[in-house]
Design a protein around this ligand. Structure first.
Ligand code: ATP
Length: 588
C-alpha cells in the first residue's frame, strides 16, 4: 500500500489490518496449493490409479478447508475494517472542518467537499477489498509457480518467461481501453451537468422565452457524449484484443513447450496435460492484476485529496485570548488579496464606533464583503491590522472572536429543522421564552402564523420553503437570540414584496439597538439612516461620515447619490428626505 493510503489507516486499526492481511495471504496461498495438488490428483486419475487419487484428496480438502475458513474470516473482517476506516475518516474530516479557516469555505476547494465525503472516503475504505484482490492476484500465481517448477522446471520456466510478456500486453491493452473510457466518462459527466443546468435554468429560460437557445449547449453535450461512446466501443476493441492475444500466445507457448517435451518422451502425456493446465491457471489472474492497477491509482488519488484537506493548516491562534474592550472595530492600513489574485484592499483604514451603525457602500467588487470577512477572520490580512474592542483579531481565539459577532449574510443557511431550532442555533442555551422573543422582534411570528404546523414547521433544506426575505428575518432572529454586541450584515439584494420589506426593516431596526452594526447597504434608506457611511473605492475608504455631511462635501458619495436618485426617479429634498420610500434596492 502506498503512502497517502497508508497515512489514512487509523492507528488503532494497524493490528486488525495485520491479522486481516495474514488471512488474505493464507487464503491466496491455499488457493494456489489447491491448484498445485490438483496436478498429482489429475495424473493419478488419468493413469487409472484411483486409490492414489483418493489420497491426494486429503491435502486438497485441507487446502480447501483453510481457504474456506480464511474466506469466512475475511468476509466479516473486511466489512468491519472498511466501516472502521470510513468512520475514522469521517471523524477526522469532521474534526478538520471545524478548524479550517472560514475563508477556506469561500474558495474553490470547498465545492469538492461533498465529492470528498461521498466518493473519496468510500473509495479509500474499499481498499480493504482491493488489497484482498491484489494479494490474491499475486500470491496465488506465485504459489502455483512454485508447484509448477517442482513438477517440471521446464514448463515452469516457460510459464515464468511468458509472464512479463502477458503483463506488458495486458498493460498496453488496458491503457488503450482506459483512454477511450476516460474520454467517454468526461463526455458523460459534461452531458449530465449540462442537463442539470438546463433543468435549473428552466424558470429563467421560460421567463425570457429562450427555451430553444438554452437547449443548444445541452444538445451539443449530448452529441459529444454519443460520439465519445461510439469511439469507446471502437477504440477499446484493439486494447481488449491485444490483452487477449497476449494471453492466447502465452497459452500456446506453454502448450508447445509441453508438446515438445511429450514428443521427446521427456514428459508423460498425462503429466504434460496436468502441468500445462496448471501453467494456464497461473496466467489467468494476471488479467485481474492489471485491472486492479487502475483501481489502485483511483484509490491513491482519493487518498491524496483527503490528505490534502487534512493537511490544510488552521490560522494560528493564541492558546488564550485577551479581554476585549468595547464593541468598536478598527481596520488600520489593511492590505489584503485572495490567493493568486490582485490586492482587493490596498491600505484601508476605517473606524467603526461601538453601538452605532456604519454602512459600507462602493461599486460591485470594491471589497465590501471582504471587509466584513476580515473582521470575522475568514482570512488574515497581508499587512495592517483588524481590531475588535481594541484587540487584534489574531490575538483572540476564534471561539472568542465569533462570540462577539453575529453574521447575517445573504446566503444565510437554514437547517432542515423547525423555525425554533433554527433560531435557537444562535444560542443553544436560550430558553423557549428568549427564542420566541427574538422571533417576535425579528418579525418571524408572522411567518409562523402562515406555516401549516406553526412553530413546528420545518423550513426545508437550506430554508427553501421560505422566501429570501423570510430567510433573512430568521437569520436576524438567530442573531438577536445570540445577542452578540457586533453585527456584520449583508443586506438582502433580492427584491422583497412590500410586506417583507417592512418586516425586514423592522427586524433590522431591532437588531441595531445598542449594537455595533456594519451593514453592506443595498437600500438607500438603510444608507440614509446609518450613523456613518464609508465609501470604498480602489481598495480604500475614500469618504466617511453621515449622509448629510457627505452630501455637503459634494464628492464621490454625493455624485453616487445624485446618479442613483436620477436612475430610480427619486428626488432628494433639502434635509435629505426622499420623496417616497424606496421599494427598490440600489447596490451602489
Ligand atoms: N473567495 C474569493 N476568492 C477569490 N477572489 C475573491 C473571493 N471573494 C471575492 N473575491 C474577489 O475580491 C474582490 C472583492 O470582492 P467582494 O465580494 O469583497 O466585493 P463586494 O464589494 O462585496 O462586491 P458585491 O457588491 O458585488 O458583493 C472581487 O474582485 C472578487 O472577485
Amino acid at each position: 500500500m502506498t503512502d497517502p493510503l497508508r497515512g489514512l489507516i487509523p492507528a488503532d486499526q494497524h493490528r486488525p489490518l495485520g491479522r486481516y492481511l495474514a488471512a488474505v495471504a493464507a487464503y491466496a496461498v491455499s488457493e494456489g496449493v489447491a491448484f498445485g495438488v490438483l496436478v498429482p490428483l489429475l495424473i493419478a486419475l488419468l493413469d487409472g490409479r484411483t486409490t492414489t487419487a483418493a489420497w491426494w484428496l486429503i491435502p486438497l480438502t485441507a487446502a480447501a478447508g483453510v481457504g474456506w475458513f480464511a474466506h469466512y474470516y475475511l468476509g466479516s473482517r473486511a466489512l468491519r475494517l472498511s466501516s472502521a476506516w470510513r468512520r475514522a475518516l469521517y471523524g477526522r474530516i469532521g474534526d478538520k472542518l471545524v478548524t479550517l479557516p472560514l475563508g477556506w469555505f469561500d474558495g474553490p476547494r470547498a465545492g469538492q467537499v461533498p465529492q470528498l465525503i461521498v466518493g473519496d472516503v468510500a473509495r479509500v475504505a474499499s481498499t480493504v477489498f482491493l488489497v484482498q484482490a491484489l494479494l490474491g492476484a499475486v500470491l496465488t500465481p506465485a504459489t502455483i509457480a512454485v508447484f509448477l517448477l517442482a513438477y517440471d522446471w521446464r514448463v515452469g520456466l516457460a510459464a515464468l518467461l511468458v509472464v512479463p510478456v502477458v503483463l506488458a500486453a495486458l498493460s498496453v491493452g488496458r491503457r488503450l481501453t482506459e483512454r477511450t473510457e476516460a474520454a467517454n466518462h468526461a463526455a458523460t459527466a459534461e452531458a449530465g451537468s449540462r442537463l442539470v443546468e438546463f433543468a435549473g435554468a428552466q424558470p429563467t429560460l421560460r421567463a425570457t422565452g429562450n427555451a430553444a437557445a438554452g437547449r443548444v449547449g445541452l444538445d451539443e453535450a449530448l452529441a459529444a457524449q454519443h460520439r465519445a461512446a461510439r469511439r469507446e466501443i471502437v477504440g477499446s476493441l484493439p486494447g481488449e484484443y491485444l490483452g487477449e492475444l497476449g494471453i492466447q500466445l502465452a497459452f500456446t507457448a506453454l502448450l508447445l513447450t509441453g508438446l515438445a517435451l511429450a514428443t521427446d518422451h521427456d514428459l508423460a502425456p498425462a503429466r504434460m496435460i496436468a502441468v500445462v493446465v496448471l501453467g494456464i491457471s497461473l496466467l489467468r489472474p494476471l488479467d485481474a492484476l492489471v485491472g486492479l492497477g487502475g483501481v489502485l491509482r483511483a484509490c491513491q488519488a482519493s487518498a491524496g485529496r483527503i490528505d490534502d484537506l487534512l493537511e490544510v493548516e488552521p490560522l494560528p491562534e493564541p492558546a488564550a485570548g485577551q479581554p476585549v474592550g468595547d464593541a468598536g472595530i478598527e481596520l488600520v492600513d489593511v492590505r489584503f488579496g485572495y490567493p493568486g489574485g490582485p490586492d482587493v484592499l490596498t491600505g484601508l483604514t476605517l473606524t467603526i464606533p461601538a453601538g452605532r451603525t456604519t454602512a459600507l457602500v462602493g461599486a460591485s467588487g470594491s471589497g465590501k464583503t471582504t471587509v466584513t470577512k476580515l473582521i470575522a477572520r475568514f482570512h488574515d490580512v497581508a499587512a495592517g491590522s483588524v481590531r475588535v474592542g481594541g484587540v487584534d483579531v489574531r490575538e483572540l481565539t476564534s471561539a472568542e472572536l465569533l462570540s462577539h459577532l453575529a453574521l447575517v449574510f445573504q446566503d444565510v443557511y437554514l437547517f432542515d429543522a423547525t423555525l425554533e431550532d433554527n433560531i435557537r442555533f444562535g444560542n443553544p442555551d436560550a430558553t423557549a421564552e428568549q427564542v420566541r422573543d427574538a422571533a417576535r422582534r425579528a418579525q418571524v411570528d408572522s411567518i409562523v402564523a402562515r406555516l401549516p404546523d406553526g412553530w413546528a414547521s420545518r423550513v426545508g433544506e437550506g430554508g427553501r420553503l421560505l422566501s429570501g426575505g423570510e430567510r433573512q428575518r430568521v437569520a436576524i432572529a438567530r442573531a438577536l437570540c445570540k445577542d452578540a454586541p457586533i453585527v456584520l450584515l449583508d443586506e438582502a439584494t433580492a427584491s422583497l414584496d412590500t410586506e417583507n420589506e417592512a418586516a425586514v426593516h423592522a427586524a433590522l431596526a431591532e437588531l441595531a439597538v445598542h449594537r455595533t452594526v456594519l451593514v453592506i447597504a443595498h437600500r438607500l434608506d438603510t444608507i440614509v439612516r446609518a450613523d456613518q457611511i464609508a465609501v470604498l473605492d480602489g481598495g480604500r475608504v475614500v469618504e466617511c461620515g453621515p449622509h448629510a455631511e457627505l452630501l455637503a462635501q459634494d464628492g464621490r458619495y454625493a455624485a453616487f447619490w445624485r446618479e442613483r436618485g436620477r436612475a430610480r426617479g427619486w428626488r432628494l429634498h433639502a434635509g435629505e428626505r426622499l420623496d417616497r420610500e424606496p421599494a427598490d434596492q440600489a447596490s451602489p
